[in-house]
Design a protein around this ligand. Structure first.
Ligand SMILES: Cc1cc2nc3c(=O)[nH]c(=O)nc-3n(C[C@H](O)[C@H](O)[C@H](O)COP(=O)(O)OP(=O)(O)OC[C@H]3O[C@@H](n4cnc5c(N)ncnc54)[C@H](O)[C@@H]3O)c2cc1C
Length: 345
């Protein structure tokens, strides 16, 4: 079976690789990439293809080992100093050149800001179909089928790709979870030094700085502080923001907190909000209703603070603290600030 036969490759064999475009989070491979790799492994196995990952950047060879551990068996390293920072022009150009050369049938991206930006730019330049925001991808009756939530997630539809058509897909972050990883995973590295001129890139990165926690996307943070009705008022919501800020994380809320106007709707977590997958999530003054907990399935470590020792949130938490958040959080924030303050000695 051949899915999305991309082309003849000069009369040679069709490329039997499922591609995952890797992204960095600080100096590490992003969680979104690890999630997408896990999804790619499933379809690659069914098709008897391999998973290949593409790393774009400058001096990023260290990422290859992590990608091998999480299921890639081949890594294309596209290295150029003009690729040190993400730019649509630079990344799209080198990726388009590589896709034209190798003709992969399926290219997967994490649904991050950069992933969505790059996927739309590359698919437009190559005139290849793009399916965005998928929560699942599988092979059904010999065809590639993707599940995509629409109408604010009220309806899920399955998108089927015509056989023989190459396709690009962005996967919704937090929807799938990452795999276990295999410390013994190994593979082949293909180093590529693309041709790139400063004139190819119309944007210039002048400065990078840490985003305000309030403006961070829920899917982008390692640490999330989630507030519920226990916060009590909008004025007291600063408590949640301050804790997120000292931890370098983001904020989220229950539907109750959203309905009260303490936090915007796109930060709601749960069945009718978003699913999240940070490493750590602190749930403060949240009861733990099933509709809320539906959005927490992929969180690695949950710490719950609630004054009611019988609150359901404790059943899903890794650590539970029975306390009043108004008494616990302010001294906690002060202590973290003290510990993180620069020292004179
Ligand atoms: C169809 C449907 C879809 C829904 N979708 C979602 C969804 O996507 N997301 C979502 O969140 N909800 C959703 N809900 C609502 C959900 O059922 C709950 O009503 C909601 O999650 C409760 O929010 P909460 O935990 O903030 O409030 P509450 O349930 O009122 O809990 C507040 C908690 O704070 C604790 N508390 C109070 N004061 C303090 C204090 N000072 N210190 C420590 N703890 C304190 C209390 O003990 C309590 O456990 C949905 C409901 C329905 C019917």
């Amino acid at each position: 079976m051949e899915i999305g036969e991309a082309g003849s490759k000069g009369g040679c064999l069709v490329c039997r690789e499922i591609w995952v475009i890797a992204e960095q989070q600080g100096a590490e491979v992003s969680e979104a990439t690890l999630e997408v790799l896990d999804e790619a492994i499933g379809i690659a196995k069914r098709l008897e293809y391999i998973v290949a990952s593409v790393v774009i950047g400058h001096r990023v060879s260290g990422m290859a080992d992590v990608l091998f551990r999480y299921g890639a068996t081949k890594v294309y390293l596209l290295d150029h100093e003009l690729l040190s920072n993400y730019t649509t022009d630079g990344y799209a150009k080198v990726l388009c050149d590589l896709v034209r050369q190798e003709e992969p049938p399926v290219v997967l991206f994490g649904g991050t800001r950069n992933g969505l930006d790059l996927a739309s730019s590359v698919s437009t330049r190559l005139n290849v179909g793009l399916v965005n925001n998928c929560t699942m991808i599988r092979i059904e009756d010999d065809v590639l089928e993707m599940t995509q939530p629409i109408y604010e997630d009220r309806i899920y539809r399955n998108v089927v790709v015509k056989r023989g058509s190459p396709i690009m897909v962005t996967m919704r972050m937090g929807a799938i979870g990452k795999g276990q990883g295999n410390p013994l995973g190994q593979g082949q590295v293909v180093e590529i030094y693309p041709k790139l001129e400063p004139s190819d890139i119309r944007t210039k990165v002048v400065e990078s700085f840490k985003a305000d926690p309030e403006s961070l996307d829920l899917e982008e943070v390692d640490t999330l502080v989630v507030g519920g009705r226990g916060v009590e008022t909008k004025e007291k919501w600063g408590l949640i923001e301050e804790l997120a800020q000292v931890l370098g994380g983001g904020t989220g809320g229950t539907r109750m907190a959203v309905d009260a106007g303490w936090i915007s709707r796109h930060k709601q977590i749960g069945q009718t909000g978003k699913s999240v997958a940070p490493r750590t999530c602190i749930e403060a003054g949240v009861s733990g209703a099933i509709q809320h907990c539906a959005g927490l399935r992929d969180v690695d470590f949950i710490i719950a603070i609630n004054k009611d020792r019988n609150a359901p949130i404790f059943a899903v938490a890794n650590v539970g603290v029975v306390a009043d958040i108004h008494q616990l959080i302010p001294p906690l924030v002060a202590k973290i600030r003290e510990l993180c303050a620069p020292r004179d000695d």
